[in-house]
Design a protein around this ligand. Structure first.
Ligand SMILES: Nc1ncnc2c1ncn2[C@@H]1O[C@H](COP(=O)(O)OP(=O)(O)O)[C@@H](O)[C@H]1O
Ligand SMILES: CC(=O)N[C@@H](CCC(=O)OP(=O)(O)O)C(=O)O
Length: 287
C-alpha cells in the first residue's frame, strides 16, 4: 500500500517535469484579484503555489488587486464610491484610501505571506522608480490612469536578484500624482513589458462561461479573434470584459498564453501550470 502511494507521488512529480522544464527561468505574471483573496484557505494555497513556482525556477511577478478591501475601507471612512464601465471613479479622498488599501495593506500582506515560505518577496508600488507611468484616462473618472509606459528595468533587476515583486496597481502620473489603475490593465502591461511567457488572471469564477451562472458551460479555450463577437453577443459581460481585453492585449503583445482561473479552487495555479488539461479558460492567438 505504502509502496503504491510512493509510486503515485513519483509519477505525479514526473508528469510535472515537462512543465517545470518548459517554464524554467521564464517570467509568469500572476494577477491576483481582490475577489480571490476573500477565502482564507484558498489564499494560503495561492501563496504556497507561488512559492513552489519560485523554487522550481520560474520568475513569478505578482500584480495584485483589492476591489473588495478598498470598498470596505471607503465604507469605514464614509466615502461613497461609484464605478463606470468597471473602473472606480476616483477623487482625491478616494485615491488616498485606494493607495492605503493597496500599498499599505494588501501588498505588504502578500509579501509577508510569501516571505514566511522563505521566498524573497518585495512589495512595490507601480509609482516606484516611475515603473508604471500614466496619464489621466478621462476627466469624468478623476484620478484614474491610462498607462503610457512601463519602465521594466527595476522589475528586471529584482528578478535577476531572485526577488518576487508584488506590484500594486498605482501609477506615476503627471507631476508625480498617484493614479488608480485597474489591476487587469496593470497586469497585461507589465506582462508585455517583461516579455512574459504567461499571464494568469486569478479571479473567483471558473473562467469564461457560455452561461455565466452555469459552471458546466465553461469555455476552455478562446481565440482572441472571437472575443469581440462574444462581447457583442452579451456572453461576456461586466468584470469579464476588462479581463478578456487584457488577455487580448497580452497575447497580441507577445505573451504566449493568457489564462483566467478560479483562485478559490485550492492549488489552482499548480493545476494550471503543471497538468496537461490545465484549468479555467485559456486565451490564445489564432495561428
Ligand atoms: N461569460 C462570463 N463568464 C464568467 N464570468 C462572467 C461572464 N460574464 C460576466 N462575468 C462576470 O465577471 C466577473 C469576474 O470579474 P470581476 O468580478 O471584476 O473579478 P476580479 O475582482 O477577480 O477582477 C464574474 O464574477 C462574473 O460576474
Ligand atoms: C481604476 C480602478 O477601478 N482600480 C481598481 C484597483 C483595484 C483592482 O483592480 O482590484 P480587483 O482586481 O480586485 O478588481 C479599484 O479602485 O478597485
Amino acid at each position: 500500500m505504502e509502496e503504491i502511494a510512493l509510486q503515485q507521488k513519483a509519477e505525479i512529480l514526473i508528469e510535472s517535469l515537462q512543465y517545470i522544464k518548459k517554464f524554467h527561468r521564464k517570467i509568469v505574471v500572476i494577477k491576483y484579484g481582490g475577489h480571490a483573496m476573500v477565502d482564507e484557505e484558498a489564499k494560503k494555497t495561492i501563496i504556497q503555489d507561488i512559492a513552489l513556482l519560485k523554487y522550481v525556477g520560474m520568475f513569478p511577478v505578482i500584480v495584485h488587486g483589492g476591489g473588495p478591501a478598498i470598498n470596505e475601507l471607503l465604507l469605514l471612512k464614509g466615502i461613497q464610491s461609484e464605478f463606470y464601465q468597471g473602473l472606480r471613479i476616483t477623487d482625491q479622498a478616494s485615491m488616498e484610501v485606494v493607495e492605503m488599501a493597496l500599498t499599505g495593506q494588501i501588498a505588504p500582506q502578500i509579501t509577508a505571506d510569501l516571505n514566511a515560505f522563505d521566498v524573497k518577496a518585495v512589495s512595490i508600488s507601480g509609482k516606484d522608480a516611475q515603473m508604471m507611468q500614466a496619464d489621466y484616462l478621462d476627466e469624468k473618472l478623476g484620478l484614474v490612469g491610462n498607462i503610457t509606459h512601463i519602465q521594466p528595468d527595476y522589475l528586471l533587476n529584482l528578478l535577476a536578484d531572485d526577488y518576487v515583486p508584488v506590484v500594486s496597481p498605482i501609477a506615476f502620473g503627471p507631476n508625480g500624482q498617484s493614479l488608480n489603475i485597474n489591476s487587469d490593465e496593470a497586469a497585461w502591461q507589465i506582462a508585455k513589458a517583461l516579455n512574459a511567457s504567461k499571464l494568469i488572471l486569478v479571479t473567483d469564477v471558473d473562467g469564461v462561461m457560455a452561461d455565466q451562472h452555469e459552471p458546466s458551460t465553461l469555455i476552455p479555450q478562446v481565440d482572441v479573434a472571437r472575443i469581440d463577437e462574444l462581447i457583442e453577443a452579451g456572453i461576456i459581460r461586466g468584470g469579464m470584459i476588462p479581463k478578456l481585453l487584457a488577455c487580448t492585449q497580452a497575447v497580441q503583445g507577445g505573451v504566449e498564453r493568457c489564462h483566467i482561473i478560479n483562485g478559490t479552487i485550492q492549488h489552482a495555479l499548480i493545476f494550471e501550470l503543471f497538468t496537461e488539461q490545465g484549468i479555467g479558460t485559456m486565451v490564445k492567438q489564432s495561428l
